[in-house]
Design a protein around this ligand. Structure first.
Ligand SMILES: Cc1cc2nc3c(=O)[nH]c(=O)nc-3n(C[C@H](O)[C@H](O)[C@H](O)COP(=O)(O)OP(=O)(O)OC[C@H]3O[C@@H](n4cnc5c(N)ncnc54)[C@H](O)[C@@H]3O)c2cc1C
Length: 385
């Protein structure tokens, strides 16, 4: 007899684990999460900087954060499971007039939505994180409810909760395709045999495009490699775990252990690729010189660890969440464009609402449909690093 399930989730990163828990908890039937690697959270989730914030330029991203961040900060209290969370804020430093205007424009929207953001002078910013360069800074924006949490802790926490709620999680199982008939999902093909299932959630992270293609769905997703370096201890290492982002250069850092974790975008030279080898030249020639300019105390630090991971970028830097057009039962949760960890909690809940209630009601996800790319005018998120 062939195996059956009510919902199969493909991918065991933060998004898939949250979906498994929320679906099982909502009573969506037999939930099966399939992850091809030997353990959960080894994709983008493990390479992530762990930041969560409300300071986005688009209304829908702020809505997702307003709904998701409390699920991170309240995780331990709500579920009784440990999760490292530091709510020391996000601090955006701005050094050019166009960028300053862009942030002030977003500030109006953020405040109208109830997001807490403070406008700081360069001195005020340096008061929060001593050592940052203030000479050419126009000002800074501080989100006191933003912070950093542990991506693996959240993923494994949701996996534990999913199992307790009756979901089954299988690692080492690669899904090779989604089976459809007459525009409906009928199952998945895996290397371990086929499974009959009417609902499939695509939570395959940067690899979501090839899974979607097996159901005839084209996703506008690009995997973009991003480099991260973690330093050893140094005398001026920040005490707070505030995530500092220099908006114009995209250089960011936060305290990690006795040193800092840092990275930056690749600018116009960035190319889509699944290559996650560390780019030592980029770190030495781009990241380190920018670090010295923005946060001079780092001069006394040595680099202890480096890694690279993939952003899953959409053309408008917003995720694609909701039903795949033309394939009944195929749900998408993809393209988080560098902020999928922080939105994973609410996205899992929204997917459960879609399956159980037929529509997502906690957040209106209409602006996140795949259809927005077909001739519409997607609104670009400007404040993605
Ligand atoms: C350097 C870096 C820094 C980041 N910083 C932040 C940050 O500060 N804050 C934030 O919110 N986000 C951040 N992100 C983005 C965040 O990491 C991702 O958006 C998020 O982890 C996506 O989670 P996911 O579950 O969708 O994908 P993933 O974690 O990639 O999980 C997808 C899983 O699917 C599995 N899979 C794929 N195909 C198949 C298949 N066919 N069958 C079975 N399994 C399959 C993969 O093995 C993988 O485990 C960062 C990313 C990077 C690279």
């Amino acid at each position: 007899m062939r195996e059956t399930a009510d919902v199969v989730i493909v991918g065991g990163g933060a998004v898939g684990a949250s979906a498994a828990y929320h679906l099982a908890d909502a009573g969506a039937g037999r939930i099966l999460l399939l992850e091809r690697e030997a353990s959960l959270g080894t994709g983008s989730t493990r390479r992530c900087a762990g930041g969560f914030r409300h300071q986005f330029s688009s209304g829908i991203n702020n809505e997702l954060s307003l709904a998701s961040v409390p699920l991170i900060t309240g995780f331990t209290e709500q579920h009784g499971l440990p999760l490292d969370v530091d709510q020391d804020g996000y601090l955006f430093l701005v050094r050019t007039e166009p960028m300053w205007q862009s942030f002030l424009g977003a500030l109006e929207l953020q405040r109208s939505m109830g997001v807490a953001v403070e406008v700081l002078t360069p001195e005020g910013a340096a008061g929060l994180v001593p050592g940052i360069a203030t000479e050419d800074m126009i000002g800074a924006l501080f989100g006191p409810r933003d912070g950093i949490a542990d991506p693996s802790g959240l993923t494994n926490g949701y996996a534990t909760l999913a199992r307790r709620a009756g979901a089954e999680i299988r690692t080492g199982v690669e899904v090779t395709g989604v089976r459809t008939h007459d525009g409906h999902v009928t199952g998945v093909f895996t290397r371990g045999g086929d499974i009959d299932v009417p609902v499939v959630v695509n939570a395959a992270g940067p690899w979501a495009g090839s899974l979607a293609a097996t159901a005839g769905v084209a996703l506008p997703l690009e995997p973009i490699p991003r480099q991260v370096a973690v330093t050893g201890p140094f005398p001026g290492a920040p005490k707070r775990r505030t995530l500092v982002i220099d908006a114009d250069s995209t250089y960011y850092f936060h305290r990690e252990g006795p040193g800092v974790l840092m990275g930056m975008g690749g600018g116009p030279d960035e190319r889509a690729s699944f290559d996650t080898r560390v780019d030592d030249a980029f770190i030495a020639e781009q990241v380190v010189p920018t670090a010295l300019r923005i946060f001079p105390p780092i001069e006394q630090a040595g680099i202890a660890t480096t890694w690279a991971g993939l952003y899953e970028m959409t053309p408008d830097r917003h995720p694609i969440i909701g039903p795949a057009p033309g394939v009944d039962g195929f749900l998408l949760a993809n393209g988080f464009s560098g902020h999928g960890f922080q939105h994973a909690p609410i996205v899992g809940k929204l997917l459960a609402e879609l399956v159980v209630d037929g529509r997502a009601h906690t957040v209106d996800i209409a602006p996140l449909s795949l259809e927005r790319f077909a001739g519409g005018q997607p609104v670009r998120e400007r404040h993605v690093i």
